[in-house]
Design a protein around this ligand. Structure first.
Ligand code: TRP
Length: 430
């Protein structure tokens, strides 16, 4: 079996909090210790430029987040740990990918659409405040993933659409330039990882202003823990664990045995002050050793710089530089001293003559699929899997007869509805 490549990016635009630690950092560090996986963790600092216009903040957050991951136990000698902007091949790839990405695909990206919808609701110009960075965000993210042909991408639910787009873009490139250049990556959304509640009981999130910073000083940590909202039950009254932010936070950092003991104390009517003391003690015991490593690291930024730089250098040499050379070659960015005879079809082929086509194929999962590619090689539709070639064929025939294609498509359509309809119409005219 080939090694599973797992890749994820962390955007350096804020200070890590307990929710980031329990939801992303801790599971990632654990996963990186499993055998048979090659892990890629990187700071997506180019993406940070979409979220903040403050250069100091990007720099500072990059340092903080890198130090956090190292303090949490990530071993740069066992995983790829790097900074996106240290790998220029990624931005180069983003352009190659942009040229096989339908604008219609990006029009449907949630983050972009939300901004446009909000502008419209406020009777603003639809594009007010929309940069090309925001619009192209999914393309850059696809480049991050496809550069290293990652199989699995652990992300939150909000990023699943970006993964679908990356698959679509990868399929378009493969189709246009003939060949399995890219693996189609999959999102891995871990349902078992709890989202931690914040101080007010809602999901811990910077945008709710309810976070507990992972490396707050012990005093600040204690203050925040004592500020967690509880109900007004008095000492001695039994307390609910269900829906208690305090209990959920405790559970996220305690062993199962400790959690059960705490459940008992809730039933016995532990006083809130006592429960908060216990939570603070638990958090401090887990965090203190990490905090000590963190402080050491953060005071040696040059060492972190060195770790990131050497990660990127090794990764470029092993993957990025040779791979981008192959992709450039595939796309026609080639040396002129090896000029082949110009094939007649590329001299005479015009856009109008290039036909859309349906292609049926079987995947490693044993299922049968089809895709529809436009005359320009963009994958417009990709089907879900069918049990037999006959079923897939019937769906294709149905689409040609004017049935709704959306029922069979697995991915967000790779182009505008109009492009798809036009391609289908061209085929029906045959
Ligand atoms: N968009 C991701 C986020 O905001 C960060 C990210 C950038 C990423 N590139 C990526 C995640 C590639 C996974 C893979 O959380």
């Amino acid at each position: 079996m080939t090694t599973q490549r797992i890749l994820t990016g962390i955007t350096p635009s804020g200070t890590p909090h307990l929710g980031n630690y329990a939801g992303a950092i801790r599971p990632a560090v654990e996963a990186s210790q499993r055998p048979g996986v090659e892990s890629f963790y990187f700071l997506s600092d180019y993406h940070a430029l979409v979220k903040t216009d403050n250069p100091e903040r990007v720099q500072h957050s990059t340092l903080e987040i890198a130090a956090t991951w190292l303090a949490a136990g990530l071993r740069p000698e066992r995983v790829w740990f790097y900074r996106q902007s240290d790998i220029p091949e990624i931005t180069e790839l983003a352009w190659l990918l942009a040229c096989v990405t339908g604008k219609g695909l990006l029009n449907r990206a949630h983050a972009y659409k939300a901004t446009v919808d909000k502008n419209i609701a406020e009777s603003e110009d639809p594009d007010a405040g929309v940069t090309m960075g925001l619009f192209m965000y999914p393309v850059l993210m696809a480049a991050d993933i496809l550069m290293f042909n990652a199989h699995k991408v652990p992300v939150g639910r909000d990023q699943v659409q970006h993964l679908e787009m990356a698959r679509n873009i990868a399929a378009s490139f493969n189709h246009r330039y003939g060949g399995e250049h890219f693996v189609l990556p999959e999102a891995a959304v871990d349902e078992t990882v709890a989202t931690l509640p914040g101080l007010d009981g809602r999901k811990m999130s910077k945008s709710y202003d309810n976070i507990i910073p992972l490396f707050a000083t012990p005093d600040a940590l204690k203050k925040l823990v004592f500020g967690i909202i509880t109900d007004s039950k008095t000492p001695g009254e039994p307390k609910e664990t269900e829906g208690s932010a305090l209990f959920q936070l405790f559970q996220a950092f305690a062993t199962p045995t400790e959690t059960e003991a705490m459940r008992g104390r809730f039933a016995e009517g532990i006083a809130w002050g006592e429960a908060k003391e216990a939570l603070y003690g638990k958090l401090e015991s887990v965090i203190a050793p990490m905090r000590a490593r963190y402080e050491e690291l953060i005071n040696e930024p040059a060492r972190i710089e060195q770790v990131l730089k050497s990660g990127a250098a090794a990764l470029r040499a092993k993957y990025a530089t040779p791979f981008i050379a192959r992709l450039r070659e595939a796309a026609g960015l080639r040396s002129l001293d090896r000029l082949p005879a110009i094939p007649t079809d590329s001299r005479t082929r015009t856009k109008a003559q290039a036909k859309p086509q349906f292609k049926q194929y079987r995947e490693a999962d044993g299922l049968f699929y089809f895709k529809l590619a436009g005359g320009d090689g963009l994958v417009l539709l990709q089907s879900r899997g069918f049990a037999s070639a006959r079923d897939a064929g019937q769906a294709v025939a149905g689409i040609k007869n004017g049935e709704d294609y959306a029922q069979w498509s697995e991915l967000a359509p790779g182009a505008s509805e109009a492009d798809i309809r036009q391609a289908v119409d061209a085929l029906r005219a045959d």
